[in-house]
Design a protein around this ligand. Structure first.
Ligand code: ADP
Ligand code: MG
Length: 223
């Protein structure tokens, strides 16, 4: 599902280096990325999604060597192949909850917003307990509810790979368990591969695999 070889990555304006000789993630597994702040976890999610490109090495995601693709091809690959839940959720405050969930279909011409998609969005919202809030603005909702909107949006296209960045980072324990139940129920039912960055060691037992970024020769200003 994910194969990384001889990867080296640096931002142009930072001393940080990410070096990964070899990393594989099997299909339909759940993997946690852990490691200190600044060790490159978010960076690696962006490399796997083809948002960033390494300076050298290859990244293969869902059977596609994303490092061989043009920017346009990588974008097209991402639209169908990867669901992303960002650290800050990236909700648009001026759109309703429903329109936030439908956002991929509003901004990507490759996706057609058919009635069945709206039905699926409503079904997902129902399942995560926000069906009564579809016409509200996200600003008025709790962190847990905002996180659930982001999860619905990420899985709306039924992607084979779901990448989530600290999905429980801002949540109280009750909401944390709720969001994790939603995520894990979903991936187990759908056979989706889940890679999740987390700071939260209490939730690691839920994952089949754990990748500790201290094992990579990553270093940066925090060390
Ligand atoms: P983590 O998610 O593990 O906390 P990140 O991948 O966000 O770490 O960041 C790794 C390092 O890269 C940090 O030192 C961070 O400051 C730096 N960094 C992250 N994003 C950028 C960027 N867009 N430009 C320059 N440096 C960045
Ligand atoms: Mg991060």
């Amino acid at each position: 599902m994910i194969g990384i070889r001889d990867l080296e990555f640096a931002y142009t304006d930072s001393d940080f280096r990410l070096r990964i000789a070899e990393l594989s993630v099997a299909p339909a597994t759940t993997t946690a990325f852990i490691g200190p702040s600044g060790s490159g976890k978010t960076t690696l999610l962006n490399l796997i999604a083809g948002i960033l490109l390494p300076d050298s090495g290859t990244v293969e995601t869902n059977g596609t060597v994303v490092t061989d693709l043009s920017e346009r091809q990588r974008r097209a690959f991402r639209v169908k192949g990867v669901g992303l839940v960002f650290q800050e959720f990236e909700l648009l405050e001026y759109l309703t909850v429903l329109d936030n969930i439908l956002l991929p279909y509003r901004i990507n011409s490759a996706l057609r917003l058919e009635p069945a998609v709206r039905d699926r969005a409503a079904a997902l919202a129902e399942r995560v307990g926000i069906a009564d809030k579809l016409n509200r603005l996200p600003r008025r909702l709790s962190q847990g509810e905002r996180q659930r909107i982001a999860v619905c949006r990420a899985v709306l296209t039924d992607p084979p790979l779901l990448l989530t960045d600290e999905p429980t980072g801002n949540l109280d324990p009750v909401n944390r368990e709720k969001v994790l139940d939603i995520l894990f129920d979903y991936v187990h039912e759908s056979g989706t591969t889940l890679v999740s960055v987390t700071h939260d060691h209490e939730i690691l037992e839920r994952f089949a695999e754990v990748v500790d970024f201290r094992s990579f020769h990553a270093f940066g200003p925090s060390e």
